[in-house]
Design a protein around this ligand. Structure first.
Ligand code: SF4
Length: 180
């Protein structure tokens, strides 16, 4: 019997993930048997901002009846992972370490919870570099499959226009304040 895709979709926030979640929810990827949205973002600072993005993510997933999971919030550990890279520009070396840190967690979480494939929406923002995200995922996800999905940008924009999502004006970490 062929084993289908059991996908962990990593999400950074609702504005970026809404389109991808809707596509998966609507069955646009028939090879995906099951999926869960994983919110693991210890990069977000301060914690009050983290809680706002998390609350919005939960609200959206629950509105669709989509499964979700939440990783721990250990910002000190994340800071250690990007140590010395605070002055890097967005899309630079700090962001690579940030992506890898989160993909590493996702791989372990997926294995522990019976999923076999990982995808993300980390590259959908116009401020991000999809090639950088894909390269970080491929280097970190060695035990499972990485799905370099290209999400429907026009659907994402449409849902955002029709919704009133909480929307931040910086990527997430303290080093990205006023830089996006
Ligand atoms: S700018 Fe965004 S992707 Fe880059 S290190 Fe900060 S939180 Fe991570």
């Amino acid at each position: 019997m062929k084993i289908g895709i059991r996908l962990v979709l990593m999400s950074c926030c609702t504005p970026c993930s809404a389109g991808a979640i809707k596509q998966l929810h609507d069955g646009e990827f028939p090879e995906v048997d099951d999926f869960v949205v994983l919110f693991y973002n210890p990069n977000i600072f301060p914690e009050t901002e983290y809680q706002k993005r998390l609350a919005e993510q939960i609200k959206y997933c629950e509105s669709l009846g989509t499964k979700y999971a939440v990783g721990d919030y250990n910002h000190k550990e994340w800071l250690a992972a990007v140590n010395g890279l605070g002055n890097e520009p967005e899309r630079g070396a700090r962001c690579s370490e940030c992506f890898k840190h989160r993909f590493k967690f996702a791989q372990n979480w997926a294995i522990q919870n019976g999923y076999n494939t990982i995808a993300s929406v980390f590259g959908v923002s116009k401020h991000k570099d999809q090639n950088q995200v894909d390269a970080c995922a491929i280097s970190e996800i060695q035990k499972l499959t990485y799905l370099p999905a290209k999400w429907d940008n026009s659907l994402k924009q449409k849902i955002n226009q029709e919704s009133n999502f909480y929307r931040q004006n910086y990527c997430g970490c303290e080093f990205s304040f006023r830089k996006v």
